[in-house]
Write a protein that binds this ligand. Structure first.
Ligand SMILES: C[S@@+](CC[C@H](N)C(=O)[O-])C[C@H]1O[C@@H](n2cnc3c(N)ncnc32)[C@H](O)[C@@H]1O
Length: 249
């Protein structure tokens, strides 16, 4: 399947599923079992900063940025339903809001050397072309601007629960497009090693500042935990979410 066909399949699936995700992966959260921005303070001062959200979904992370005093709120997302919801969520924000319905693999009209902060919460890994996407983001940032993003750790879906323990079911080292099991094969996500994210950032002109794959566990283990996609028991063995902070040189 070529890039266009994958994007069109993923978009169709997101249009159907969008509501399940409204506000589900949004700042100050970085994702399942990850430490939050309240603890990590990766963004530093947000007041008066121009921010860009890649895969902004329902706009809840942009709202967080607006509430923290960002000067301009920009976002893009592939899914019509997400952009429509983001417009509603952000309608009472006072800083100017600019939203694009667009895949992150193309530039829909975002200025160069403009943003202090670009970020992506559980969205960047959807890209069909990581190098192209990171090159675009690098161009949008001012020199010294920061990119912060989170995504599911590439080790997480390789390991599956069994009745007696856990089994490695898929290769960590073999990369490429895969039907995603959690989405019942209605989307394609590229499996990439953590080193591929890091090396592609470096090749795009970023300097690495932090890589975080710590696990923050809840005190209470929920009923039926073992077979949930995000399970506490499993999170004690393999990282669930990774977060990267990088700087445009
Ligand atoms: C888990 S949601 C992100 C939630 C969002 N970051 C927030 O803060 O609320 C993932 C988003 O990625 C978007 N997405 C998937 N593939 C994309 C692509 N190639 N380009 C742009 N957005 C994409 C989906 O439409 C979805 O809204």
């Amino acid at each position: 399947m070529d890039t266009k066909a994958i994007l069109s399949m993923n978009k169709a699936s997101w249009e159907q599923s969008a509501e399940r995700f409204f506000g589900r992966a949004a700042l100050p959260e970085f994702g399942p079992f990850a430490p939050t921005e309240d603890e990590l303070k990766l963004f530093g001062e947000i007041q008066d900063k121009k921010v860009l959200d890649i895969g902004c979904g329902s706009g809840h992370s942009l709202k967080y940025m607006g509430d923290k005093g960002a000067k301009e709120l920009w976002g893009l997302d592939l899914t019509t339903k997400q952009i429509e919801t983001a417009r509603e969520v952000l309608h009472s924000q006072s800083p100017p809001v600019t939203l694009f319905e667009s895949p992150m693999e193309v530039n829909p009209g975002i200025p160069s050397d403009y943003f202090d902060i670009a970020y992506s919460i559980y969205a960047l890994g959807w890209t069909v072309d990581l190098a192209k996407t990171l090159t675009h983001i690098h161009r949008y940032l001012k020199p010294g601007g920061r990119l912060v993003f989170s995504w599911e750790h590439p080790m997480h879906d390789r390991v599956k629960p069994t009745d007696s323990g856990y089994r490695f079911e898929q290769s960590y080292v073999t990369e490429g497009p895969e039907y995603n099991e959690a989405w019942h094969k209605s989307v394609i996500i590229h499996h990439r090693k953590l080193s591929t994210y890091i090396n592609t950032l470096i090749e795009a002109g970023f300097e690495m500042e932090r890589v975080i794959d710590d696990v923050a566990l809840p005190e209470v283990v929920p009923e039926g935990d073992r077979y949930k996609w995000y399970s506490v028991e499993k999170a004690k063995l393999v990282p669930v979410t990774f977060i990267i902070k990088a700087r445009k040189k």
